[in-house]
Design a protein around this ligand. Structure first.
Ligand SMILES: C[S@@+](CC[C@H](N)C(=O)[O-])C[C@H]1O[C@@H](n2cnc3c(N)ncnc32)[C@H](O)[C@@H]1O
Length: 513
C-alpha cells in the first residue's frame, strides 16, 4: 500500500508545523480501496505505542475557533448558535473561508468534499430504506430549517465577518450539509480544559460573560486531574460512538431550550481532531484509541500489537448498520451468532414502536387502554422498544403488554403502587408479541426471502441499494428470529397445555431482564 500520498504528506507537514508529533516510522496515510484514506502500520508495533499526539488547541471546535468571540457571546446565543451543531458548522464554514489565515488551513483540504450517506440520496434510493430506523433520523428538513432560521440570519447580521459577496458561495445550504456530515462522520467529544490560573468552573457553555478563558485555548494548560493516561475514563470519545441521538443534526434538531438537560452533549465539546479522524473503523476490531494526556495533548495509542502493513483501526462504537449507514455511509457485515446465522452486523437492532403493542394487546382485552398508555408513558417513558441480534423480547415491551391486559382491580393497584408490571411471559403475551413482530415486518416493502434473493445477485444492485437492502434485511432477520424463538417456546407450551400436561405455561417465564 502506498503511504506516500501527496495530500497525506502535505497534511502531515502542516500538522507538524502546528506542534503535533507524528511517528512517521510507525504509521502512514494510505489510500485503501473501499475505505477512502486510512492509516497503516509501517512496521510491527507493540501495544501502547504512540502513533501521534495532537495539541489540544489544534482541535477545531466552538472553544478553539475565534469566531464566537468575534461575533460576541450574547449575539451567538441570540441566534441560537450555542445549541446543537449549528455553531460549529458556522465556525467551520468561516474558518475554511479564511484561507491561510485560519489556523486549520492545512486541515480542510484533507476533509471529504462529498458523502454517500442517505442525507444525499435521491427519493428512489431512500424508498429502499422504508421501515428501517434510518429514515426518520436523517433530519434533512430540520437541518435546513436551522440553516434558514439560525445560520443565515447570523451571517447576514455581520457583513464585517461574512462579506456579502461570499455569502452565495460560502454560506450555502449545500455547504452547511457538507459540514454537518463532516462533523457527523468524524468528530470527537473533547472535554473542556482549563486555562492557566482559571478557577474550576462547571460552566463550559459558550456565551458565558467570562468565557474568554474558555474559548481561548491558546493559553490552555493542563487538566491533569482528568487527563491521567492510566485512568479508566481517559478515552476521548468519538462523537459518533455516542448514542444515536447524542449529536449531529439530530441533536441540533432534538435539543430543546433546556440547557440543564444532561441527556444532551455540550455542543462546545464536539470537536474535529485532525489526524485522529483518519482512522477507519470495523466491528470489534479496534487497535488504536485516542487518549487524553496530562501534557495538553491528545494521544493516539495502539491498544493491541499491530503487524507491519496492517490497517490501524479506531472504534466507532460498533453501532447497528442503520447508524453506520446514516452517519458514515458504509455498513459492516460479519458472522452472526445463534440464534441468527449467516452474515450481518451483530450490533444490529430493530425498533418497535409501542403503539404496535397497544394495537395487538387491544385484541385480547375489553378494557379501555388510553389511560393505561398515558400512565405508561409518564411512568416508564418507553415509546420504542429495541430488539437486538440475541432475538430476546425487551422486558419493557412485555411489561406494557401485561399492563394493558390487567383486570381493572389489578390496574388500580398498579397505579397506586406506581410500579410497572413484572415482565412475565405466558402464551397470551407471546401471542401479542408475535402479532407485534408480524405487524412490524409488514412495514418493510419486501420479505426476508426477497431481500436474500436481491443480495444473492448483488451485481444487479447499485451501491446505495445494496446497503439499504442489507440494513433492512438485518432488521427483518431480528424480527423473524425473535418470532421463531417465540414460536418454538410457546407453541410447545400451548400444545402441552392442550394435552393437559402443562405446568409451565400458566406459571409463566420472565422475559430478558
Ligand atoms: C473518520 S473517517 C475515516 C477516514 C476516511 N476513510 C477518509 O478517507 O478520510 C470515516 C469515514 O471513513 C470511511 N470508513 C471508515 N470505516 C470504514 C469501513 N469499515 N468500511 C468502509 N468505509 C469506512 C467512511 O467513508 C466513513 O464515513
Amino acid at each position: 500500500m502506498d503511504t506516500n500520498t501527496p495530500k497525506g504528506n502535505v497534511f502531515i507537514q502542516w500538522l507538524k508545523s502546528q506542534r503535533a508529533a507524528v511517528d512517521e516510522t510507525a504509521m502512514g496515510i494510505a489510500d485503501i480501496p473501499g475505505y477512502g484514506r486510512g492509516i497503516v502500520a509501517l512496521r510491527d508495533l507493540p501495544k501502547e505505542h504512540t502513533l501521534f499526539t495532537i495539541p489540544r488547541n489544534l482541535v477545531l471546535s466552538m472553544r478553539t475557533s475565534s469566531l464566537p468571540q468575534k461575533f460576541g457571546q450574547a449575539a451567538w446565543k441570540k441566534f441560537g448558535l450555542h445549541q446543537g451543531w449549528i455553531g460549529l458548522i458556522l465556525c467551520m464554514l468561516w474558518e475554511e473561508a479564511q484561507g491561510v489565515s485560519s489556523k486549520w488551513h492545512g486541515f480542510f483540504p484533507i476533509l471529504p468534499d462529498g458523502f454517500d450517506t442517505p442525507m444525499f440520496w435521491d427519493d428512489a434510493d431512500l424508498e429502499e430504506l422504508k421501515g428501517t430506523a434510518v429514515v426518520d433520523k436523517i433530519g434533512k428538513d430540520d437541518a435546513e430549517n436551522n440553516f434558514k432560521t439560525k445560520l443565515l440570519p447570523a451571517v447576514e447580521s455581520r457583513p464585517d465577518l461574512f462579506p456579502p459577496d461570499t455569502v452565495a458561495t460560502t454560506y450555502t445550504l449545500e455547504r452547511h450539509h457538507l459540514m454537518g456530515s463532516r462533523i457527523l462522520s468524524r468528530s470527537f467529544h473533547v472535554l473542556r480544559w482549563k486555562a492557566y490560573g482559571e478557577q474550576p468552573d462547571e460552566e463550559a457553555e459558550i456565551g458565558e460573560a467570562d468565557a474568554s478563558s474558555v474559548l481561548n485555548v491558546d493559553v490552555a494548560a493542563s487538566e491533569s486531574s482528568v487527563m491521567d493516561i492510566d485512568a479508566s475514563n481517559d478515552e476521548v470519545e468519538n462523537t459518533t460512538a455516542e448514542a444515536a441521538d447524542s449529536a449531529g443534526h439530530e441533536a441540533e434538531n432534538g435539543k430543546d431550550d433546556d440547557d440543564d438537560d444532561d441527556r444532551y452533549e455540550d455542543p462546545a465539546d464536539v470537536a474535529m481532531v485532525p489526524m485522529a479522524d483518519m482512522l477507519n473503523g470495523r466491528f470489534n476490531t479496534e487497535t488504536a484509541r485516542l487518549f487524553y494526556d496530562d501534557e495538553h495533548v491528545l494521544r493516539m495509542m495502539t491498544v493491541h500489537e499491530i503487524k507491519a502493513g496492517e490497517q490501524i483501526w479506531n472504534t466507532y462504537g460498533d453501532p447497528p448498520n442503520s447508524d453506520l449507514l446514516r452517519r458514515y455511509g458504509f455498513i459492516d457485515v460479519t458472522k452472526l451468532e445463534s440464534p441468527l446465522s449467516g452474515a450481518g452486523n451483530p450490533a444490529d437492532i430493530v425498533e418497535i414502536p409501542a403503539n404496535l403493542v397497544v394495537e395487538a394487546a387491544t385484541k385480547h382485552t375489553t378494557s379501555k387502554t388510553q389511560d393505561r398508555v398515558d400512565w405508561w408513558l409518564e411512568e416508564a417513558e418507553d415509546d420504542v422498544f429495541v430488539v437486538g441480534t440475541d432475538c430476546e423480547l425487551p422486558p419493557e415491551m412485555v411489561s406494557l403488554a401485561r399492563l394493558l391486559l390487567q383486570p381493572k382491580a389489578e390496574w388500580e393497584k398498579t397505579k397506586a403502587k406506581g410500579k410497572v408490571p413484572k415482565p412475565t411471559m405466558d402464551t397470551t403475551i407471546a401471542a401479542i408479541a408475535m402479532d407485534v413482530l408480524q405487524s412490524r415486518l409488514k412495514e418493510y416493502p419486501t420479505s426476508v426471502e426477497e431481500d436474500e434473493r436481491l443480495l444473492a445477485d448483488e451485481s444487479q444492485l447499485g451501491f446505495n441499494r445494496k446497503m439499504a437492502v442489507t440494513v433492512r434485511l438485518g432488521e427483518k432477520r431480528i424480527l423473524a428470529g425473535t418470532l421463531r424463538e417465540l414460536q418454538i417456546k410457546f407453541s410447545k407450551e400451548a400444545s402441552k397445555r392442550k394435552r393437559g400436561t402443562d405446568g409451565a405455561a400458566g406459571k409463566g417465564k420472565k422475559a430478558r431482564q
